[in-house]
Design a protein around this ligand. Structure first.
Ligand SMILES: [Zn+2]
Length: 324
């Protein structure tokens, strides 16, 4: 397996810059409300095992590893964030080279998103052009085409994800990180960003850029983890949200703050349930590997591993409109 973590390893190993200098250079204030990190309180300490970093560490679907940057909690907007994250370049490199573990789960997720955003779709001024930030193989764009959207664009940094997309969807996907300047202002009716706001270096920039790119009457929709949800509080350090990929973690209050400060109106935040196969739920479960594989074999022997289960795992869907 190719190691994408080379730049991260290089930095963390302190070659060239000593660790303290590097962190000082890269420390940031709250990426939603800009309150200084000196006001924030520690949420969870850094846990990075360089030997275990691999290209799958930056793939979207994988075994939980429980590695994370140091995370602090903002007293003003409630965001939990890495105050010493890797730089833009390292992130772009890690995602560009990330392995893509493509599977039916992406399909299940896309269906759940359409279902969860039904009220937003119904309220849109029109359904013509849509942009998805972090589109993966473009599966969700295909769902949007079935909803009547005719101009579809997805942005995706992972070349492996794009390579895994079927030919007809590849035409919709632009490879790279999302940048506002790549699109015309006021040109989209809908902009979506699912399970990606945690990964970007500047979520406030993404929310504001989306606002700028929307037509009046259009909507921005995100799906984010909710660190305050019951399941995530219960699992604590063993929650799959504790992940080296996550530059920040939202709660209901912080995601609302993000939308409202970017100018959105009619902001709604709601919890929703994901539907996945029992096999996938077991892969995510915070259990020792041996226990998981025994349980998976048992379920497979009973022919139950494909059974779909709907579970609220502490995700939030948020939508906001650009007023006419
Ligand atoms: Zn804040």
């Amino acid at each position: 397996m190719a190691s994408v973590a080379a730049p991260l390893k290089w930095r963390y190993a302190g070659l060239g810059l000593c660790e303290k200098e590097w962190f000082m250079k890269n420390s940031r204030s709250c990426p939603v409300c800009n309150t200084g990190s000196d006001k924030a309180k520690l949420f969870i300490d850094k846990n990075i095992n360089l030997a275990k970093l691999s290209s799958f560490s930056f793939a979207s679907r994988k075994e939980p590893e429980y590695m994370c940057h140091r995370l602090v909690q903002c007293p003003n907007c409630d965001l939990v964030y890495a105050d010493q994250p890797p730089g833009e370049e390292e992130l772009a490199h890690a995602y560009h080279a990330a392995d893509y573990d493509s599977s039916e789960e992406a399909n299940d997720a896309a269906k759940a998103y359409i279902l969860a955003m039904r009220p937003t779709l119904d309220k849109l001024a029109r359904r013509q052009s849509a942009l998805e930030i972090g589109t993966g193989t473009g599966i969700f764009l295909e769902c949007l085409s079935r909803e009547g959207f005719t101009e579809l664009v997805g942005v995706e940094p992972s070349s492996a994800a794009i390579a895994a997309a079927p030919e007809y969807r590849r035409a919709w996907i632009r490879e790279g990180m999302f940048e506002k300047k790549d699109f015309a202002p006021g040109s989209f009716d809908l902009i979506c960003c699912f399970m990606t706001m945690e990964h970007v270096r500047d979520p406030e920039m993404v929310a504001s850029a989306a606002f700028h790119l929307l037509r009046p009457g259009g909507a921005f929709v995100t799906v984010t983890h909710d660190y305050r949800s019951f399941v995530n509080r219960l699992l604590g350090r063993r929650s799959p949200i504790i992940d080296i990929e996550h530059m920040q973690l939202f709660s209901e209050r912080s995601v609302r703050y993000l939308f409202e400060s970017a100018g959105y109106a009619d902001v709604t935040v709601s919890a929703f349930a994901n539907t996945y196969s029992l096999r996938y739920w077991m892969r995510l479960a915070p259990l020792p590997r041996g226990v998981k594989s025994a349980a998976s074999s048992f379920a497979a022997a009973l022919g139950m591993d494909n059974v779909k289960l709907k579970i609220n795992v502490g995700n939030l869907t948020t939508s906001g409109f650009k007023h006419v």
